[in-house]
Design a protein around this ligand. Sequence first.
Ligand SMILES: [Mn+2]
Length: 285
Amino acid sequence: MKTFHCRSAFISDVHLGTPDCKADYLLDFLRQLRCEKLYLVGDIIDMEALARRPWWQPRHTAVLAEVLALARRGVEVTYIPGNHDAPLRALQGQDFAGIRIALDAVHVGADGRRYRVSHGDEFDPGHVGRGWMLHLGDAMHRFISWGNRRLHAVRQRLALPYLPLSIIIKSHVGKALAYIRAYEERAARAAHEQGFDGHICGHIHFGQVRQIGTVLYLNDGDWVEHCTALVEDHTGAMELLHWSEQATALGRASRELVLPSPAAALALAPLAMTQPDLGALHLAA
Ligand SMILES: [Mn+2]
């Protein structure tokens, strides 16, 4: 069996309990994963969606079983609940079968760099109109997820590799991109002010490895659309990994290498009307 070795792995925004969760790819990743530390950086179980509509599949149970198996094998597992699994925040400080629950954490890299780890919803814009923004964001997210599911179903029938539709959409909507950039800068500023070398979070479903000033901003992405994990090797190097049919290092490669031919994707994507300017977006620092 193939294995994937690293020192630490960070995953978030899995949204177990929703049909959008790419549980099969995540299971494949977790089964191959050999690491010392695993951080679950929030929105792992979507309790908010479950409260609205109970929905669960055996493969979602399998994901949890795999995490428990890693903890049993001696992996240090930290679960930092997010806004979709916020009720678990009440259990901070407790230990469940080797899984430590915490509001946030400090990760010390193999190279000595100190990172603050949190889900990241604390960096949402907190000013007036926030409720509005959240509702709008939620509706938009559901719409994108729906389009993404349809696209993925078509691609699977054609035996094409998984393609995250929202990369195309988000790359296009200037406002979305500006929102993401501002979010990243808020997170980096907070880390800088608190004297950290970097910040590791999730929440906005936009994986990133980006140097902002003196701070390394790392976002581990999600398992709803992009299927990404942040991994640290034994030298302390951080890398954003895309894991589906073929594992790809996003932190070191441009998106063109990750995404199959945009022309082929567009032929299948009625939602993406214009030619995606993939070159405008770089995940690499
Ligand atoms: Mn979140």
